[in-house]
Design a protein. Structure first.
Length: 314
């Protein structure tokens, strides 16, 4: 698993270990494993391997041992970070994915390993689309952000490698997800923290970005369950939306978080927080995923919001 010490990687590691799997966790050189959200026994149960997607180090160690599956999570995962340095996002997300797949294909060609490779992409590849209908995997890919574009390129690299080399590649097109422990770079924990700060200081307003967009936001634990299910049932060469299939306006999420925190506050749009090219409506159809795996979310949206709020209070 690449990106094993990231937000989603931590939850996936714990689930795989709990199910009795042997796990290799690939992380950037020098990154401590102590902050990976695992206890000492869990950290010791993982075989850690260095990984640099920018080409500064070979991937021989990562692909040396035979494995049954690879989950490629490592990425510039924040839209805001990608906007600050689009070239870096392309280097990591697109070129880095191509490098990893090339190394895995070479290992397969040498008879060392023939894993199923789950490449995790993003719903941002869809762009604005047409109206408010649910997005389908067959819809046109029209990204309108550096992050979305770099992920679309990673998908192209993934499926090209499948067609050319026979490497068993599957694309998981993940919609937004959140959960306890997510950083303040992302909208749900960021709103929750700002509301909590306003309640503590007695402020009646909270600065926000645009709260009109509608988003399909899943629980990270359900997303991880979907990835595990795809490892067992996905068809190589296919793309699968990973989403709840229901949309929530960000303004409604703000109000629900305020109620959970017990704060009487109103949002105050801040031009500095607005993003050019914001997608008005981004909700997916999970039908293909459910047909292939039987997956359904185990957490309600309200449970997820409550868990985010509770984690920040700890």
């Amino acid at each position: 698993m690449t990106g094993a010490d990231g937000f989603v990687g931590r939850f996936l590691l714990r689930r795989l270990l709990a199910e009795g799997h042997q796990v290799v966790g690939a992380v950037r050189e020098g990154r401590p494993h102590g902050d990976a959200g695992l206890d000492e026994a869990e950290r010791k149960a993982v075989s850690w391997a260095p990984l640099e997607l920018d080409g500064t180090a070979p991937m021989n160690q990562l692909v040396a041992a035979p494995v049954d599956a690879v989950v490629h999570l490592a990425a510039v995962a924040s839209s805001s970070e990608a906007r600050r340095d689009p070239a870096w996002a392309w280097t990591v997300n697109a070129v880095g994915t191509a490098r990893l797949l090339d190394a895995l294909a070479r290992a397969r060609g040498e008879g060392r390993s023939d894993p199923l490779v789950l490449v995790v992409s993003s719903s941002e590849v869809y762009g604005a689309g047409e109206g408010e209908r649910l997005r389908l995997e067959a819809d046109p890919v029209r990204p309108q952000s550096p992050y979305g574009a770099s992920k679309a390129a990673a998908e192209i690299a993934a499926l090209e490698a499948w067609r050319r080399t026979g490497l068993k590649v599957v694309v998981a097109r993940a919609f937004q997800h959140t959960g306890p422990g997510q950083t303040l770079t992302y909208v749900v924990p960021a709103l929750a923290q700002r509301i909590r700060d306003a309640r503590r200081t007695g402020q009646r307003s909270v600065t926000t970005g645009n709260l009109e967009p509608v988003r399909d936001i899943a629980d990270v634990r359900d997303v991880v369950a979907a990835y595990v299910a795809l490892l067992g049932s996905a068809v190589p060469g296919e793309i699968y939306n990973v989403c709840r299939g229901e949309g929530h306006r960000l303004a409604d999420i703000f109000a629900r978080l305020a109620a959970l925190i017990g704060a009487s506050v109103v949002p105050e749009p801040d031009p500095a927080l607005l993003r050019a090219g914001d997608i008005p409506h981004l909700v997916g159809d999970p039908g293909r995923l459910r047909a292939a795996t039987g997956w359904t979310p185990a957490h309600t949206f309200d449970q997820t919001l409550q868990d985010v709020v509770d984690a920040q209070a700890d």
